[in-house]
Design a protein around this ligand. Structure first.
Ligand code: GLU
Length: 513
């Protein structure tokens, strides 16, 4: 495909939802795959919904995810500006062209008149009252008012909007790359406002004009825009741009974890999981909406997870780097039906990508977590500890939660394990192990620790299965964890001896001989 140009066109009305990040990602993968360009266009024509900080949030989120933009507000480019509010003067001419050619009209109706129309239609039991091909004839617009009256109103500077004149009886067809043919009858479309009374274009006009002027070849966006697509097709036709109209691909919805309805922030709050890429500090409040990055998800895990929310490579393979996704991605393999948002899958990806890290990277991750926790540590042991914990962590943060006992002696002991496992055998073995370690000299590798432990068991005539968990409890305070001999080796002789000593005095009170 030659000269692919796609765009991500968010409105800065709040933090970018994770579904929006998926849209951006699919656009990015598609453009990279075809050696094309990816544009970022900020659609900020609705000034009433503008939220300060939202544009920066979008930029930061895209950067974190690893989506690079070729043309956009920060990068510039041949079609600058890329912020619609800065393009305001460009749109009016197109709206006026539509009027001149009989495809749009001026409408002077006041709020009250619009309201009264709605009430009238409601009273007449019209299901969805709207300003359309039928009702337009009862309103104050350039189709109903005499020409000189229209001119007088315009000359007087009376407020007006420009509306699209939707044809009466027509089938509008569009071949969506994901959904196939979509056919809509024009009678279901209302006469959308194209230019508002403040001279700003609405989304529909600005979006079509910009996609055309910016040479967009493929519009890849969320399914929520599918109902607007026929209207967009009409605009392309009326503006004489039908032959270069972009191809459309409407992405399936992201569904709640149980598959019942659209994923919402409320589901995320209830489930305690993020639906935003990065944290969002809600302006003017103390609230923070949690984001994947700040919850400890790795960028590569989120990319892989998002790519699979609606697309699959057609094989059993699940782990794909950004580069591999670019190679494999195709619009044909995007599903039609909504995709359940399964946060456990995101966690699984995170776990997989942590395991793929090099030893040095893992050590570095663990050290930064410890530093953030304010834990003091001996960095010569962190390599070994991080390797030992590698299979047990889902997030880097778990290096601390799963490995606390490496840095602090037990402050308490798991009571369930203590009451079921701490018995006279455990006491006997712990004492003997303490003595054995005390008199041991030289290195204490995991193998040596194992050897010494087995000597103790043989000497006491006690089977390993009877006391293993109790000894672990004495040394770590908990009943499960990585290999105990490695733990002993890392803690070293003195620390292990001391911990056995404290356990013997603290725990023994609970024993019933
Ligand atoms: N500004 C729209 C949005 O916020 C863009 C929709 C489109 O891609 O056409 O999602």
């Amino acid at each position: 495909m030659s000269d692919v140009r796609v765009r991500f066109a968010p409105s800065p009305t709040g933090p970018l939802h994770i579904g929006g990040v998926r849209t951006a990602l699919y656009n990015y993968l598609f453009s990279k795959k075809h050696g094309g360009k990816m544009l970022l266009r900020i659609e900020d024509t609705d000034q009433t919904r503008f939220v300060p900080g939202a544009e920066n949030y979008i930029l930061e989120a895209l950067q974190w995810v690893g989506i690079t933009i070729d043309e956009g507000p920060t990068q510039g480019g041949p079609h600058a500006p890329y912020r619609q509010s800065e393009r305001k003067p460009m749109y009016r001419a197109y709206a006026e062209q539509l009027i001149a050619e009989g495809n749009a009209y001026y409408a002077f109706d006041t709020e009250e008149e619009l309201e009264a129309m709605k009430e009238r239609l409601k009273a007449a039991k019209v299901a969805s009252p709207s300003y359309n091909m039928v009702t337009r004839m009862q309103m104050n617009n350039s189709l109903t008012l005499p020409e000189d009256e229209v001119k007088r109103r315009l000359d007087n500077g009376e407020a007006y909007v420009i509306r699209l004149k939707v044809p009466r009886k027509e089938e509008i067809r569009l071949n969506d790359l994901i959904r196939g043919w979509v056919v809509v009858h024009s009678s279901t479309i209302d006469d959308k406002v194209l230019l508002k009374s403040d001279g700003m274009p609405t989304y529909h006009l600005a979006n079509i004009v910009d996609d055309h002027l910016m040479g967009i070849t493929h519009v890849i966006r969320g399914e929520e825009w599918l109902p607007s697509a026929p209207l967009h097709v009409l605009l392309y036709r009326f503006l004489g741009w039908e032959s270069t109209m972009p191809k459309f691909a409407h992405l399936p919805l992201l569904l709640k974890p149980d598959g019942n309805g659209k994923l919402s922030k409320r589901d995320a709050d209830a489930g305690g999981f993020p639906v935003f890429p990065i944290d969002w500090k809600v302006p003017g409040t103390e609230d923070t909406w949690i984001g994947f990055r700040d919850q400890g998800y790795l960028q590569e895990a989120v990319v892989n997870f998002l790519a699979f929310l609606g697309w699959n490579p057609g094989t059993q393979e699940e782990l794909f780097t950004m580069e591999q996704l670019i190679q494999e991605f195709s619009i044909e393999r995007i599903g039609k039906s909504g995709t359940k948002f399964d946060i456990n899958k995101a966690k699984w990806y995170n776990q997989q990508y942590l395991r793929l890290k090099s030893d040095a990277e893992l050590q570095q991750l663990m050290e930064s977590v410890l530093q953030a926790e304010g834990v003091s540590y001996d960095s010569t042991t962190i390599g070994a500890i991080s390797l030992l914990l590698k299979e047990r962590v889902t997030f880097a943060q778990d290096f601390w939660t799963e490995g606390k006992f490496f840095f602090q002696a037990p402050l308490s002991y798991d009571s369930a394990v203590a009451s079921s496992k701490w018995n006279s055998d455990a006491i006997q073995v712990s004492k003997a192990l303490q003595d054995k370690l005390q008199s041991h000299t030289g290195d204490l590798s995991p193998e040596t620790a194992k050897h010494l432990f087995h000597e103790v068991l043989d000497e006491q005539g006690i089977k390993i299965g009877k006391v293993m968990q109790a000894v672990r409890l004495a040394i770590t305070g908990v009943g499960a964890g990585p290999d105990l001999m490695h733990i002993i080796s890392i803690l070293g002789k003195d620390e292990t001896v001391q911990r056995l000593q404290s356990a013997l005095s603290t725990l023994s009170e609970t024993v019933k001989p």
